[in-house]
Design a protein around this ligand. Structure first.
Ligand code: ATP
Ligand code: FE
Ligand code: MG
Length: 348
């Protein structure tokens, strides 16, 4: 099916058209420069920016794909989770287009988008598989049983992986977003330079949780390290700190993902979310997976962070199963992945 999707859950206004797993067009208008002057995303400003950008982005996506409205089979938008005002802009635009062009309409859970982003690089991937979701707001191990049926097996007890990258970048004065900057610096640093805690979660009876992790202790350890170096009057070797931090995150995620895949007998790990772009994670996870005869798959680099192609891809999966959403569907700031089927009614 050919699906046009809109993603406006946070600070990217994105529109894409996907023909099953092939991207026909993808527009991503980032608001990062607008929010940078406030030091973070301002919800009211985000909504306004989406409103100003959305129509042009839709036109551009149609233009790039060289398709007519008659050729589109469905229209989708992210409806949860995210900033309510921001989500409303995309959802309302999608509903309007669906009514105007008499097309099926689908609301999509943002994290389902991140999960299915790997489909854009792997046309043959089908559930069951293990999703390692590592984004700005989430760090989860999700058992993907079939489209719409998920079980969360592990998660972070505090900061998300992307959040840890952003916080460490901030304390090293590297700016926002932190992931790409740390990734680049790490490539010139020594990952062995500093030993940092991997964020294991202790179990009451002793030992450690196999799938849950924690990243706030790691962030604090980096802060202490930098403070100590400064106190000693030493220059902070930023590249070495970045490399050591990145390797610690990558190892911690890799250990838990591999243990989980082996325990559940899942031979494929599909990674999703902004941190899936990280070169350290890609290398360390690939190597560990090969050792255990597991397959690890990543989305194309540009579809790791927020985009609408991944939303279109998830919507195409639902549409192929006959799932569509009612026009009365609203947006939700929070929605568990286990609740996604309440967004759909079956055709018939
Ligand atoms: P969520 O999807 O959980 O709501 P989000 O949409 O903000 O959160 P994404 O867009 O998936 O998150 O990812 C953004 C995050 O990815 C940021 O924290 C950013 O620092 C991080 N990131 C991006 N590129 C890299 C990279 N190369 N290495 C590490 N982290 C990265
Ligand atoms: Fe996201
Ligand atoms: Mg974002």
């Amino acid at each position: 099916a050919i699906v046009l999707a809109i993603e406006t859950s946070c600070d990217e206004t994105a529109v894409a058209i996907v023909n099953n797993r092939q991207v026909e067009s993808s527009i991503i208008a980032s608001q990062i420069p607008v929010h940078q002057q406030y030091g973070g995303v301002v919800p009211e400003v985000a909504s306004r920016q989406h409103l100003e950008t959305i129509n042009h982005a839709i036109a551009q996506a149609m233009d790039q794909a060289k398709l007519s409205w008659g050729e589109i089979d469905g229209i989708a938008a992210t409806c949860a989770p995210g900033l309510v005002g921001a989500l409303l802009v995309g959802l309302t635009a999608a509903k309007t287009l669906a009514i105007l062009h008499k097309k099926p309409f689908l609301g999509v859970h943002h994290l389902e988008g991140h999960i299915y982003a790997t489909y854009l690089s792997e046309p043959s991937l089908e559930p069951p598989f293990l999703s390692l979701l590592v984004s700005g707001g989430h760090t989860s191990l999700i058992y993907v049983k079939e489209c719409g049926r998920y079980e969360t097996l592990g998660e972070t007890r505090d900061d998300a992986a992307g959040e840890a990258f952003d916080k460490v970048a901030r304390l090293l004065n590297l700016g926002y977003p932190g992931g790409p900057v740390i990734d680049k610096l790490a490539q010139q640093g020594d990952p062995q330079a500093f030993t940092l805690p991997e964020g294991k979660v202790s179990l009451p009876g002793g030992g450690y949780h196999r799938y849950d992790g924690s990243f706030s202790g790691l962030k604090t350890a980096v802060l202490r390290l930098v403070q100590q170096l400064e106190k000693d009057g030493k220059e902070v070797p930023v590249a070495d700190v970045a490399a050591s931090f990145q390797q610690t995150v990558a190892r911690s995620l890799t250990k838990r993902a591999i243990a989980c895949a082996l325990d559940y007998g899942l031979n494929t790990i599909a990674v999703g979310g902004g941190v899936a772009a990280n070169s350290g994670l890609r290398k360390i996870l690939q190597a560990a997976a090969a050792e255990h005869n597991l397959r690890v798959l990543f989305p194309p680099m540009k579809f790791c962070t927020d985009n609408a192609a991944m939303i279109a891809c998830a919507a195409a999966e639902h549409l192929s199963l006959g799932h569509t959403s009612p026009m009365t569907l609203g947006v939700e700031s929070r929605l568990a992945l286990t609740q996604v089927m309440k967004l759909y009614q079956s055709a018939g």
